[in-house]
Each structure stands twice: as structure tokens, then as C-alpha cells.
Design a protein around this ligand. Sequence first.
Ligand SMILES: Cc1cc2nc3c(=O)[nH]c(=O)nc-3n(C[C@H](O)[C@H](O)[C@H](O)COP(=O)(O)OP(=O)(O)OC[C@H]3O[C@@H](n4cnc5c(N)ncnc54)[C@H](O)[C@@H]3O)c2cc1C
Length: 437
Amino acid sequence: MTEERVCDLLVIGAGLSGMAAAARAAGHGLSCVVAGNPSSLTFSSGLMDYLGIYPAGTSCFLKVPEKHLTDLEKDFPGHAYAIAGDAPIVEGFEFIRKILAREGLNYTRVPSQGENRYVLTAMGTIKPSFMVPETMASGCRALAGDSGSLTLAVAGIKGLQGFSAAQVAEGVKSKFLDTIPVRAELPGVRTVVPPQILAGQMADPEGLNAFISQVRAGAGKADILGLPAVCGIDNSEAVIGRLQEALKIPVFEIPCSPPSIPGLRLKNAFERYLSRSGIALLSNTRIKDPVFDGTRFTLTADLDPGELKIRPRGVILATGRFFGNGLHARRERIVETVFHLDIVQPLGRNLWHDSSFLSPGGHKINQAGVRTDKVFRPLDERDRPVYTHLYAVGSILAYNDWPRLKSGSGTALVSAFTAVDHFAESLADTAEAGHGC
Ligand SMILES: Cc1cc2nc3c(=O)[nH]c(=O)nc-3n(C[C@H](O)[C@H](O)[C@H](O)COP(=O)(O)OP(=O)(O)OC[C@H]3O[C@@H](n4cnc5c(N)ncnc54)[C@H](O)[C@@H]3O)c2cc1C
């Protein structure tokens, strides 16, 4: 059976950029449907980067991202940051921080000086990021201040794949007075288990007490403790609080490889916010077959069973890159999968990748994507918006090599918010013009 739904805005994609766009639409009072797989958020580390490295491929960690926007704009005039500028980027971080805080997921305040923070990673490296979960904040404070006078304990947990306390402790040794790796076992965990299971155990008093006594025994002299980001799912700050109370030292989470618990917390917080705001989330639903009749789009949502025809006035394409399935690499060229938009890309497949995997210049395929105007509307070959109310946001955008620039979240947020704001304003203008008549 085919049903029909009319709305102001359809957001295609439920990763960070899609969720952010839907949250902004709720703020404008738009009727909005968002469709996609929100589990894509569990691949994110939970850190929110603005611009960590410039130029990409160097080891220049940036203290103040804004200072490097002029260079980025010169090198990549089509980059989302060149389009948006610093103030809307910072406003975007602050907007999303408030939304998440309302759902009980606290991130550090946007720094007043616009400075990056330094975060200890599960590789034992340090990475710059702009807005970090509150549960990671003590580690950032130590790295920004007196870490050279502190002994850091790093706790590994049996059963968690991809996290070695010894590797982290060794990697970060030069930043601290001393580092002590410890390994804890949670009750009943004998083999590798998904991080969700460990997060559940850490939120349980029996599991937490077992962890505390093993850390006390192994790292009693430590001044600060870092542990993998599995401190409960939706009550992580309370778990960190209990650890700090028992151990009497600052405790912080270290972001881990996917599936990521901080990413799952983001997913849960967005889902709660959207449900509270009356935004319909079509989870795990694919959108296809767009048609435009001059006023509204009609798109088909694959339901199981049946189909839903969605008739929005505007569409936000937040479908991601190859992994999200927003872009698809055919044998000879890269295509956009829903609207078949023009894609900025190297002229031939042989130019997609550099011959050296770790080439300092990166791989040209990572600059491929959708080219837009200043409000993130995809352009045709004559530089005109393809549709007045079709927008593309997030990692699908061209010139956006976010893993190397450490700029993923900032790009997602500023493009999503600029696009939704433009759409809301143009609807308001149309309504006003209608009243005038
Ligand atoms: C491994 C990993 C680590 C990361 N670490 C960081 C980090 O440290 N710091 C940081 O700032 N950011 C990080 N990020 C997030 C990243 O920076 C981007 O912000 C994020 O991926 C933005 O993606 P997106 O929402 O544009 O696309 P994606 O996250 O790829 O989401 C795309 C969405 O589109 C949906 N979709 C695709 N096609 C359709 C269709 N036809 N119909 C319906 N839905 C569709 C998919 O199901 C998915 O929901 C990380 C991401 C990953 C994957």
C-alpha cells in the first residue's frame, strides 16, 4: 500500500549533518521528516572538530582554527568554511551543544578564545578537537595545563577490542611525569564483547565496584585516570562522578574505535530531541526517485512493507560519502545516488588515488563531492542552483577532506544550519508575499 505525507522539509540522511538539520528545522517550527540510518552516528568518535590541522598532511595542530580560514579559503574557495565564515561555524557548535545538553548529553562549552582542545586517543596520540564530551574534559584540562607534573593511569578493560592501555600509556609518556597501564576485568566478561555490554557493566554498581578495586590496586599512586569511553550509555557523567568520588582523582574517557559509545549517546540524544520536537524519524528507510512538479518534490520512502510518498517543499541531502552511500564509485566515475547531481571529481579513475597511500597531498577522491552556492544549494554545470529548495550538507560536499583537516563536525553543522535557515527564511518570504496579495 502507498501512503502519502506532506511536509515542509525532508532531510535525507540521519548522520550528524541530517540530525543537525532536523534539529534546526524543529527550531524554526517547520514540519520535517528525516529518513536514514541513525546508527551511522555510532561510527563517530563523539568529538566535534572545527579545524584541527592546516594545511592537511602536515603535523601543524592548530590552536585557533579561525586564524587559518583565510588560507583555507584561498586554497579551496568552494569549501564549506570559505562559504560560511567563522561566526556561523562557532554559532553552529553552540546551537548543537545546547540541544544535546537539553537531552542530558553535555559537551564542553565553546571556548571563549575559539581555541582547540587536545584529546588523548586510543592510539596513544593527541588530537585537536573543538567541542568534546564533558566525560573527556579532565583529560583535555590536564593536557592543556600541568600534565608534566602528573602521573596518568590508563585502564584497559578485558573484552574490549582495539584498546591497549599499554599502548596508550607508552604513546603519551612524554606528556606526563609518568604513566601506569592497568587492566581491569568486569564480572563475567571472559572474551571479546561489544562495547555496549561493557558500558552496561560499568553503569552497574557490581561492575563499577570491581573496576574501582582493580584500578586502586594497580594504580594507587596516579593523579589522574583515563579509561576507554564505555562509562555507561545514557548516564556517563554519573558513572564518571562515581569513579572520581571513589578514586579521589580526576577521571576521563578516551575515545575508541567504532562502534563508539559516545556516538551511540549522540544518536540517543538526537532521537529523544526529535521525538520531543514532533519531527518524524523514518529509521533505516531509503529515499529514492525524486520528482519535482514546480512547487513540491515527491520522493518515495521504502517501507517494509509498502511505500510512503513524501511531498516536501524543500529537501536537505545529507547522505554522506561512499560509506553513507551518498556517493557511489562506478568503474569510470563517481555518482550522487539520489538526485544524480553533478559531482566535482578527478577526470579519470587513475587520478582518484595517489600512488603513495600516505601521500602528504592526500588523495583527490577525498575532495570529490557536491559543489554548492553560498547557501549550500547544489549547482549545475552553468553554476545555477539545480532546484531553489534542494540543499546538500555534510560530508557529501566537495573540497571537504575532513579526516585529514579534522573538520568533520564543523562542516556538517555549519552547512546544515545555513541551508535550513535559508529554507526557513525563503518560506517566510513566500508567506509574506502571499499575505501582500
Ligand atoms: C569513523 C568516523 C570517525 C569520526 N570521527 C570524528 C571526529 O573525531 N570528529 C568529528 O568532528 N567528526 C567525526 N566523525 C563525523 C564526521 O566528521 C562527519 O561529521 C559525519 O560523518 C557527517 O556525516 P554526514 O551526516 O554528512 O554523513 P554520514 O554520517 O555518512 O550519514 C549519511 C546518512 O545518510 C543515509 N543515507 C544515504 N543514502 C540515503 C538514502 N537514499 N535514503 C535515506 N538515507 C540515506 C545513511 O543511512 C546515513 O544515515 C567521524 C565519522 C566517522 C565515520
